[in-house]
Design a protein around this ligand. Sequence first.
Ligand code: AHR
Length: 320
Amino acid sequence: MLFKSALAGATMLASAVLGTSVASATTVGFSQIGSESGWRAAETTVTKKEAEKRGIDLKFADAQQKQENQIKAIRSFIAQGVDAILVAPVVETGWDSVLEEAKDAEIPVILLDRTIKASDDLYLTAVTSDQVHEGKVAGNWLVEAVGNKDCNIVELQGTTGSSPAIARKKGFEEAIAGSENLEIIRSQTGDFTRTKGKEVMESFLKAEDGGKNICALYAHNDDMALGAIQAIKEAGLKPGEDILVVSIDAVPDIFKALAAGEANATVELTPNMAGPAFDILEAYLADGTTPEKWIQTESKLFTQADDPMAVYEEKKDLGY
Ligand code: AHR
């Protein structure tokens, strides 16, 4: 494959003459899922900032949670002849054709924060967390927190068919599998949003004796947990005490909830997927350096013991 060596060579020559960086001539299309969560908003902000910092011309398309919009955006980026495409894929399947088209056009594609089910020669690399591991970290925390006590768990899943919803469920189930005293009694999608998290939690509470039968909530992201916390309070129970709350993302608002004793634990997902992606792209466009197929970001556990208000202060202006 010619990839972009000719372009890189021409860009470097232009850079030498004009005294600009390689990236200043680079145009990158970014197909973002939407803005379902605080975490997603931060990823958008960080990606735009990282592009600006590097002099990259970023073409941004918000898919409003629809895969068909993402596919249209990718086709439009191909037609515009961008140098590379970033995609945060809303669901795991259905990408083969459009990625073949990008491959035929010799445009490298980088997956951000979610994975897909397709041949890995259709994309340059994926910058994501280990989403099974995130679920395990959350599950292990709960196993330890409840000890020998019987614990009925309700689960708020992310968007149906998305890699984090599938993998975070799997990881959590694996973590609690050895503990007979822990059982998931209800599990439903809240689509990664605060509004649906609240709505679904209300239905769980109603179905489970006003919540008296629920010991813990596991939410696949903080936004759903925050919506659920509201529902728990409105039901007259104390989130964080009557119902333990563990979730994923580490958005600023969950640290306020941790500080208030209304949430118990969160697993951090960095919103900076674009920094590593642009580094990889720059090397690839310059001399064809091929990255690993998976660039893994960290997953750190935070609890009420981690000075949540200090973390909130650090995070609050980062674009969440
Ligand atoms: O793919 C990452 C997930 O997508 C985040 O955990 C969630 O908040 C989101 O919208």
